[in-house]
Each structure stands twice: as C-alpha cells, then as structure tokens.
Design a protein around this ligand. Structure first.
Ligand code: ATP
Length: 438
C-alpha cells in the first residue's frame, strides 16, 4: 500500500510551526509496512489544497491530511475534500449535538458560537473519524474507485490520538499481512558515539540482520535498530534479539529503550532499591529537579532540593566551609562533595547529589574553562532509615565526585550536567549492593 501525506497550514510554510505530524505518520505507516510515497505541505488556500489532494489521490489513491479542520475561515480541508470528490457538504446532527454537549461540559458561557457548527458539516457519504481529545472530527471519504482521503486535525496530540484509535486499524487492514519496517531504540548516556562504535566493532555495521543508526543528541547517543522486509512477528523477534546483543556488548551505558527518559529510569531504580534522593544545584539552577519531577509519581523517591547559586547559600544552607570556597573555588571537588552531603543530611535521604560548574558563556578561566562541572554523590542511611529491600545489604556510607568537561553552549552544558548527574545516581544505586558489600 502506498500512501501520500499532505500537511496543511500557512504556519508550516512560513516556518512558524515545525511539521511533526508527517514525522509521526511516516513512522507509524512504516511500522505497518505502508510506503509513504510522497509528503507535501500546502498553505491555507482552497484552490491549492484541492489541486494538491487531486494530484496525490491520482498518484496513490490513498491520502492522509493533517490541519485545517477547525471552525475558522482559514480551516478548509473538509471543504476541499468535498470539492475533490464532488460531494455536497451536509450537516451531521450527531456531531452538532456532540459539539454542543462539549461546549456545555467545558462550562463555556452562553450559546455555542455559530462558527463551531462548521465542524459538523461533512461531505455526503463520508465516514467520521472521532476525535477523543479535541473538538474537530476528521472524515474519511472514499470514491467509487476505492480511492480515499482521510483528514486529521493539525494539533499533534489530536492527530496522534485519532490516527492511533481510528485510522491505524483501517490502514493496517488495507496494508494486509505484508512485510513491515519496524524500529526500536536503545538509549545511552555518558559515552560518545565513536566510543560506542569502538566497543561494538563489527556489530556497528549491523546487528542480527538489522541496520543500526547512531543518533547523537544532547541527552546522549540513541542507537536505533531497524528491521526491513520482515513480517510483523519476525521483525519484533529480530529486534528483541538485536537489542539483547547490543545490551550484552555495551552493558550499563544503555539505560533504557525507545522513549524512556533517564529520569524515569532513575526513579525506577531508586524505588526498587528503596532509596530517596535530594539534590543541590548550582549552575543547573533546578534543571535536575525539574527533570526528576517531570516523571509522574516521583515524590516517593525525590524529596526535594536546593538551588545553591550564591556562595552564601552553599555556606549557610549546605554547610560548605568558607575555607573550601576560598581555597578551591565554588567549582571544585570539596565543594561538590560537601554540597551533596549537606543536602542529604538536611533532607534525611539516602542519596544527596550536587552539581557545581561553569555553564558560560562568561566565567571560565584557563584552569576551569567554561563547561567544567563537578558532580558529587553522597550516600548513607537516610533519616528516618527506611528498610532495605529483602536480600540487599545495609547501606555503607560513601561519597564520590567527578569532574566533567562538557562542550556546547550554556543550555547544552546545563542539560548535559543534569543528565550526567542523573546517570551518576543511576549507577550509584545499581552499584549499591556491591559497594555496601565491600
Ligand atoms: P483546530 O481545531 O485547533 O483549529 P486544525 O485542524 O484546524 O485544528 P490547525 O488550525 O491547522 O489545526 O493547527 C492547529 C495547531 O496545530 C497549530 O498550533 C499548528 O501550529 C499545529 N499544527 C498544524 N499542523 C501541524 C503539523 N503538521 N505539525 C505540527 N503541528 C501542527
């Protein structure tokens, strides 16, 4: 099955909105074994939309659009589809009532604006694609030759939900049991792509008959395995085996798969080991805490933190000795260690983590250039102590600090520092039983 994607909206052409819908649809369709033959973007002009859809439908007979389903004058996708297939627009009473109920349910004042009823106008004979998360429904119009156009809204969250719930099963049925293109991603951090390539050796060229792509980003290097020309079950089995081989080869530099965030992995490992964390941040200004609290349910593991930006805060609230600040500077091993210990003791957690560094663009020196960041972890039994999980030995107190030299601009350095701190927490917790046994 060949499909064309048409994304509609002036904002896409003007560059104010980056087209993420076609990326999502491309990945989803590939995973179903559907070929995306072409992807076109056009502006909010009825003539241009009709022409674009006509060319697309003539080429492949199967088109998915996003955008232009709203109630305003610049939303004209459904009208264009009606014109294309020469269908009259008729009011669908079920949609009209649903829009009214939704209006009331959201406690909007007064009667629903007349313009909203535009969303109830659909081409005669069209199927409705329900919108579980927004107001604009989509339509699926098929002509007597079996050629079809399906419309999804522009808002990515709505387009995704509608595709997944309504359109995906239909497209899957049309595509049949053919071969699929399917990928999975393993996520690494704290190691560069060339070092990973060295570790992998020959495997870097491909694993278990799967292609392997290295995708470096500020959060770390993602390794994407892709299976082509296999049936769905075989693709899944090949990917699972490929992932197993890579994990075996790379060990704990892999922290998760697909869209797992490092913070969510950290919360998971801490929860399993019954340890709580507290953070003291200088140059990241709360970013570490923000990443951790991005994870729903983080509160049973994360107790809180302090942004210790000024040296007085480091001294007065974390107990960093003045002599260390004067002798070694705020970005130094002893200060990082004391910050981690200070926050752990004050918040009564098992682990304290600190970050102190120079994010730039100013403030660097020849000895401590921009990008120099000290990260420390301090471990001990919390107050009040919480029981160790069965089979795990008691926690032996210890502390460690590491210096990093991150590259990039201020944002990247701060992001990399938060990510490295998360990875230090992850490794510390994974090593707890071993460390304690020493
Ligand atoms: P609405 O009912 O909200 O008007 P709509 O179908 O009319 O839905 P648009 O008005 O075209 O959608 O776009 C709504 C929002 O979705 C805009 O903020 C736009 O920037 C965003 N958007 C539109 N198309 C895309 C796309 N292809 N990728 C990512 N975002 C998009």
């Amino acid at each position: 099955l060949n499909v064309e994607i048409v994304t509609i909206g002036d904002e896409l052409l003007l560059g104010f909105t980056v087209d993420t819908n076609s990326g999502f649809l491309g990945r989803e369709l590939a995973s179903l074994g559907v070929t995306v033959a072409r992807h076109t973007t056009c502006g909010d002009d009825i003539g241009v939309i009709v022409q674009t859809l006509r060319e697309a439908v003539n080429r492949t007979g199967a088109v998915i659009t996003t955008g232009g389903l709203g109630p305003t004058a610049d939303d004209m996708t459904v009208e264009a589809v009606a014109k294309l297939f020469d269908r009259e627009l008729v009011r669908d009473e079920t949609i009209a009532q649903w829009l009214e109920q939704r209006w009331v349910a959201y406690a909007r004042k007064g009667p629903m604006p007349v313009s909203n009823y535009k969303q109830a106008m659909i081409p005669r004979g069209a199927e409705i694609i329900a919108n579980p998360v927004g107001s604009a429904p989509g339509v699926l119009v098929t002509d007597d030759r079996g050629r079809w156009v399906a419309t999804l809204p522009g808002v990515p969250r709505e387009a995704r939900a509608m595709f997944t719930e309504s359109l995906r099963p239909r497209v899957a049925a049309l595509a049949g049991e053919g071969n699929v293109i399917r990928s999975m991603t393993l996520r690494s951090t704290g190691i560069g792509e060339s070092s990973i390539a060295d570790k992998l050796g020959e495997l870097g060229k491909g694993v278990n008959g799967l292609s392997l792509a290295f995708l470096p980003g500020v959060a770390g290097v993602d390794l994407r395995l892709t299976s082509r020309d296999r049936a769905s079950v075989d693709a899944d089995a090949a990917l699972a085996e490929g992932a197993r081989i890579l994990r075996e080869k790379l060990g704990d530099v892999i922290y998760g798969d697909d869209s797992a965030s490092l913070a969510s992995v950290v919360i998971d490992v801490c929860r399993k080991s019954n340890v709580r964390i507290a953070v003291a941040e200088s140059c990241t200004g709360g970013m570490l805490g923000a990443h951790i609290t991005d994870v729903p349910g983080a509160s049973d593991v994360f107790h809180g933190g302090l942004i210790a930006y000024d040296n007085r805060v480091k001294r007065q609230l974390l107990g960093v000795p003045d002599s260390d600040l004067v002798e070694h500077g705020a970005v130094s091993e002893p200060v990082a260690l004391q910050m981690a210990k200070g926050i752990r003791v004050r918040l009564g957690t098992e682990i304290g983590v600190s970050i102190t560094g120079i994010a730039g663009p100013g403030g660097g020196t020849p000895e401590k250039p921009v990008g120099t960041v000290w990260i420390a972890v301090d471990v001990s039994e919390g107050r009040p102590p919480i029981p160790r999980p069965e089979g795990e030995p008691p926690i032996t107190p210890y502390a460690k600090a590491r210096v990093f030299h991150f590259i990039g601009n201020r944002d990247e350095i701060r992001y990399r520092a938060a990510q490295a701190a998360l990875d230090m927490i992850r490794r510390t917790v994974l090593d707890l039983p071993k460390t304690s046994a020493i």
